[in-house]
Design a binder for this molecule. Structure first.
Ligand code: UP5
Ligand code: MG
Length: 205
């Protein structure tokens, strides 16, 4: 039997997280920009733990939890799931893992996600890795991914692009104004993108 959000420790998680004081890098970029692909590379070379907010939400749907139906519906429309749901899943994943450095992939997706995470966890990211890629290229990648994702159809892909432009770019602009964004040209072949990613992480390790 899987766990669910309701079973997550909702009291005191924030303070336990502050005590753990993990190093967090937010990995952001449009749908299909290569966040998951590059996070796998970073894990292999630099010892981070990868937490994809989208993967955590998809796993929550699989548990058949109370929130599952709502999450599934929202994801199939490409809209942003309520912050408290995603943050509880992220907090739990961080607390369950012994590592102290995490890549949080695909979160925060709007200003409210960002401010809720900061106030509930007390955590500020070390920096934000931003994969910059054109919609044409991202669309091509998503339509040929073939991994059975329900949101990889042209209608939902267009909705995901709209949400990214209207809401998620604000988060990148916010961190950019604080000098925390490391922008990567993600339209190149994956190996070349990773060379640019390495140049960001190598000096830190
Ligand atoms: N590929 C990767 N890099 C390539 C390259 N350089 N050249 C050519 N091909 C490349 O890559 C996508 C595809 O492209 C793959 O086939 C890959 O081989 C190829 P991937 O690494 O999977 O890209 P990624 O950016 O991770 O794309 P993903 O589709 O996962 O991004 P989304 O941001 O759309 O999806 P996510 O899972 O994060 O979110 C899905 C939904 O969950 C959201 O729409 C939303 O409804 C919900 N959600 C929330 O509500 N809140 C959250 O906090 C998170 C998600
Ligand atoms: Mg992904």
């Amino acid at each position: 039997m899987g766990t669910n959000v309701d079973a997550a420790n909702t009291e005191g998680t924030g303070s336990a997280l502050i005590e753990k004081n993990p190093k967090i890098v937010f990995v952001l970029g449009g749908p299909g920009s290569g966040k998951g692909t590059q996070c796998a590379n970073i894990v292999e070379h630099f010892g981070y733990t990868h937490l994809s907010a989208g993967d955590l939400l998809r796993a929550e749907v699989q548990t058949g939890s109370e929130n599952g139906t709502m999450i599934e519906k929202m994801m199939s429309e490409g809209v942003i799931v309520p912050s408290e749901v995603t943050i509880k899943l992220l907090e739990r994943a961080i607390m369950e893992n012994e590592n102290d450095k995490f890549l949080i992939d695909g979160f925060p997706r709007n200003d409210e996600n960002r401010s809720s995470f900061e106030s509930l966890t007390g955590i500020e990211p070390e920096f934000v890795l931003f994969f910059d890629c054109s919609e044409d290229e991202m669309e091509k990648r998503l339509l040929t991914r073939n991994q059975g994702r329900k949101d990889d159809n042209i209608d939902t892909i267009r909705k995901r692009f709209k949400v990214f432009t209207e809401s998620s770019l604000n988060v990148i602009n916010y961190y950019n104004s604080k000098g925390k964004v490391k922008k990567i040209d993600a339209s190149k072949p994956a190996e070349e993108v990773f060379e640019a990613v390495k140049a960001v992480f190598a000096p830190l390790s």
